[in-house]
Design a protein around this ligand. Structure first.
Ligand SMILES: *[C@@H]1O[C@H](CO)[C@@H](O)[C@H](O)[C@H]1NC(C)=O
Ligand SMILES: *[C@@H]1O[C@H](CO)[C@@H](O)[C@H](O)[C@H]1NC(C)=O
Ligand SMILES: *[C@@H]1O[C@H](CO)[C@@H](O)[C@H](O)[C@H]1NC(C)=O
Ligand SMILES: *[C@@H]1O[C@H](CO)[C@@H](O)[C@H](O)[C@H]1NC(C)=O
Length: 451
């Protein structure tokens, strides 16, 4: 399908140098050019995919004898499927249960097909797929273009692409993440498009996540984002996330520093993937967890949690299940947001345009002293003249309407965010009404509407 960008909905924004604290080289933001992108035509992932992925939390733990609850086995994926189905996740859009590395046997079978480790997946993948489908969920699996997976399991060399695509389709798999360990750039250039064709040829809709750009430095000219949009539904651009705030910051910085190149590549059916959500693990404070969720929504990022849904804290759950935040992430227009400002005070402001002239702002503190009172106005942030209704995404409060010239102050906690959903007041209903969510089912649009 040929997709046009959203040029009709988005105006050119530019910030005039009113505020002496602004770094002007970063203060200019333009969303004028949405090149015509031919998206992969499998009908999938019109909004960023959501679900659960094993890797960051459970890695390559294959010691089922000593760690039966946490090892990579069918039990782990069935447990997580139960949680997604029973604890309110599925209804919010978290529908993928994704296997990562270390699921397979060390040997292919006699016909040269991949097979799961027989001890850890005694029921086989088709049975696991049925278990997951029965709960209204989808199953993702992992492969690696190369001689071996990163964990040393059998890889998918060029001659095995067709076989592996057929195997996955035959098993009822709904998504493939294709990693790139143990292959070189020539093989990747051939292999990633070939797998896209091979998946299509199976006749089964299988979403396709490509790690290709991450192996080629993530940037043009080594990476051709036009081509990626034609062959993959999502792609990992950069390093694997780790369970630490430093890791989250390095990812946010890389994506923001390179946003002019990356932001236009994203759109319905084809997304940049800054990697998993680590909310609910060990490395992030409450403020930092909110920041990851807010910034991933700005980036129109896939929301794959990698945590233990069996033992998740209520704080983590509240962040991950925030409906308005999810609605912002899932906005059907599918325009990735941007960092607008990097202040000398170590406050950064992010913005993303949404459907129906709505938008979201995230005020992010990189400070480590105390809550910082940041003063600005919507006009300074590039907003057109007018009245805006503001909803605070984490407190759930609707604020008094702002005009573009109203001076406001937000208090931002260290390593935390304040996140606003804004809309011009003419689109809002009676004074005081809150935004709510139109909630459609899986793979459908989930986005904030204005009452
Ligand atoms: C395969 O590609 C064609 C043309 O791009 C598309 O119409 C079709 O839906 C795709 N099929 C699958 C299963 O992805
Ligand atoms: C990539 O690997 C293939 C097969 O091992 C080899 O023939 C080819 O020369 C390599 N290409 C590069 C650019 O290293
Ligand atoms: C990038 O890919 C597109 C689509 O496949 C192609 O038309 C274009 O020539 C490529 N650009 C470069 C610089 O190779
Ligand atoms: C907002 O603050 C600026 C100074 O930063 C001032 O010039 C302006 O008059 C104020 N606007 C309003 C509406 O109070």
């Amino acid at each position: 399908m040929r997709e046009r960008g959203c040029d009709s909905n988005v105006r050119i924004n530019s910030i005039k140098p009113k505020n002496p604290e602004m770094d002007l080289s970063l203060a200019i933001y333009v969303l004028a050019f949405f090149p015509t992108i031919f998206a992969l035509d499998n009908g999938l992932m019109k909004t960023p995919p959501m679900g659960w992925l094993a890797w960051e939390r459970f890695r390559c733990d294959i010691d089922c004898r000593h760690d039966p609850k946490n090892c990579i086995s069918e039990r782990l994926f069935m447990d997580m499927a139960d949680r997604l189905a029973e604890d309110g996740w599925r209804e919010l859009g978290y529908i993928y249960i994704n296997i990562d590395d270390c699921w397979s046997s060390m040997e292919r079978d006699k016909e040269g097909r991949l097979q799961p480790d027989p001890q850890r997946f005694p029921g086989g993948i088709p049975k696991l797929a049925r278990y997951i489908h029965d709960r209204g969920l989808k199953l993702g699996i992992y492969g690696d273009l190369g001689t071996h997976t990163c964990g040393g399991y059998p890889g998918t060399t060029l001659d095995k692409i067709h076989t592996d695509a057929q195997t996955f389709a035959g098993w009822g798999v709904d998504m493939l993440k294709l990693d790139g360990c143990y292959s070189n750039s020539t093989e990747q250039e051939q292999g990633y498009p070939l797998m896209s064709k091979a998946l299509n040829a199976t006749g089964h809709p299988i979403a396709y996540s490509c790690s290709w750009p991450a192996y080629q430095g993530g940037l043009p000219p080594n990476v051709n984002y036009t081509q990626l949009g034609e062959i993959c539904n999502l792609w990992r651009n950069y390093d694997d996330i780790e369970d630490s705030w430093d890791s989250v910051l390095s990812i946010v910085d890389w994506f923001s520093d390179n946003q002019d190149l990356l932001q236009p590549a994203a759109g319905p059916g084809h997304w940049n993937d800054p990697d998993m959500l680590i909310i609910g693990d060990f490395g992030l404070s409450l403020e930092q967890s909110r920041s990851q969720m807010a910034l991933w929504a700005i980036m129109a990022a896939p929301l794959f949690m990698s945590n233990d849904l069996r033992t998740l804290s209520n704080n983590a759950r509240a962040i991950l299940q925030n409906k308005v935040l999810i609605g912002i992430n899932q906005d059907p227009m599918g325009v990735q947001g941007r960092r607008l400002l990097k202040e000398k005070t170590h406050i950064e402001v992010f913005w993303r345009p949404l459907s129906d002239s709505a938008s979201t702002l995230v005020f992010f503190s990189r400070r480590s002293d105390m809550p910082y009172r940041y003063r600005s106005s919507l006009g300074k942030l590039g907003y057109k003249a007018g009245n805006y209704k503001v909803y605070d995404v984490f407190t759930g409060q609707t604020m008094p309407a702002l005009t573009d010239t109203t001076n406001f102050t937000v208090s931002i906690n260290p390593s935390g965010v304040v996140m606003w959903l804004l809309s011009p007041t003419k689109l809002w209903g009676r004074e005081g009404e809150h935004p709510s969510l139109l909630h459609n089912h899986v793979e459908e649009i989930v986005h904030p509407i204005l009452l």
